[in-house]
Design a protein around this ligand. Structure first.
Ligand code: SF4
Length: 308
């Protein structure tokens, strides 16, 4: 099936929305809202050159990040909660978003990276195809929370160059507690397998900047080391130990969880080291690691420059 046929099928899904595993079955074209509360239009907060991603994604000139409104997960601790817990924002049509993509390319960004595309994927892909017709050449990065429908991911084959999914929960109960999903590991794993099938397990670089491949991200949560260990065991068992993993230490309690009994603190250097050593012992060697320090990397989307 060619890209335009896949696009037509994707757009039909807005009428009975099963774009993600929540499968709300609402008609978003008629104003019905599901869990993500998003309409059948593109809803965006801002687009900018982003220097805070992994080095091969940000490069020297920044990732071309398009921060979209809302998300299909709604994690209670989300570092981007100002936009991910809110369905408001600028409403755009596909030609307008295509212009945003072309402008990011003109500004020198290394790629186009919508975050989080899951609930808005039909019109994002329509915008991408329009932008490609108009000269967009840089890679397209699918940066998502990992709670994806593998059937939808399959429809993105040959349109996505780089996948940047989270694998948040190896322990299903943690997904239920923090993101109101009881089946996160199964959907994440099946989707990751499809992503790897499409782009391969390696990260292809040109001048140290990613052109194709996958990086799986995992954010270590305070006191949840078994969850992190389970993530690595599952990736080893079902995918590969050679896939690139970004092990993130930057968890910072937002105002929403400052009094949470578990999530109200940052992780310790010891917790991070325990998870890192566990991954190394399992045979993972393609790891992006972070320092554990007091630096606050939480963006402020109320400011003109969310990342300072
Ligand atoms: S994309 Fe939104 S409306 Fe559609 S199934 Fe997921 S949460 Fe529900």
């Amino acid at each position: 099936m060619d890209s335009s046929n896949k696009l037509a099928l994707l757009k039909e899904i807005y009428k009975d929305c099963v774009l993600c595993p929540r499968r709300c079955h609402v008609d978003r074209t008629q104003g019905q809202l599901g869990y993500c509360r998003l309409p059948a239009r593109i809803t965006m907060d801002c687009a900018l050159a982003h220097y805070g991603e992994e080095p091969p994604i940000s490069g020297t000139r920044g990732a071309g990040t398009i921060f979209l409104s809302s998300c299909n997960l709604g994690c209670i601790y989300c570092q981007n909660y100002q936009i991910s817990h809110c369905a408001g924002g600028q409403e755009l049509d596909s030609p307008s978003l295509a212009r945003v993509m072309l402008d990011l390319q003109k500004r020198g960004c290394h790629n186009i990276e919508p975050v989080t595309p899951t609930s808005q994927v039909p019109l994002i892909m329509e915008s991408l195809l329009l932008a490609r017709e108009q000269g967009l050449q840089i890679p397209f990065v699918y940066n998502c929370g990992g709670y994806e429908d593998p059937g939808i991911i399959k429809m993105l084959d040959k349109m996505v160059d780089i996948y940047l999914p989270d694998f948040k929960y190896g322990v299903a109960e943690d997904g239920a507690d923090f993101s109101a999903v009881s089946d996160y590991p199964r959907y994440a794993l099946d989707s990751l397998k499809e992503m790897v099938r499409q782009v391969g397990p390696d990260l292809a670089l040109e001048n140290e900047v990613a052109k194709r491949g996958i990086i799986i991200r995992h954010l270590v949560l305070p006191g949840k080391l078994e969850n992190s260990r389970a993530v690595f065991r599952l990736i080893k068992k079902e995918i590969s130990t050679s896939v690139a993993i970004s092990l993130m230490s930057q968890y910072t309690p937002t105002v929403k969880v400052r009094s949470h009994p578990l999530l109200g603190r940052r992780i310790t250097a010891q917790e991070y080291e325990d998870v890192l050593n566990y991954a190394l012992d399992l045979g993972f060697e393609n790891l992006f690691v972070q320092e554990v320090n007091d630096e606050n990397l939480t963006p402020d989307f109320g400011s003109d420059k969310p990342f300072g």
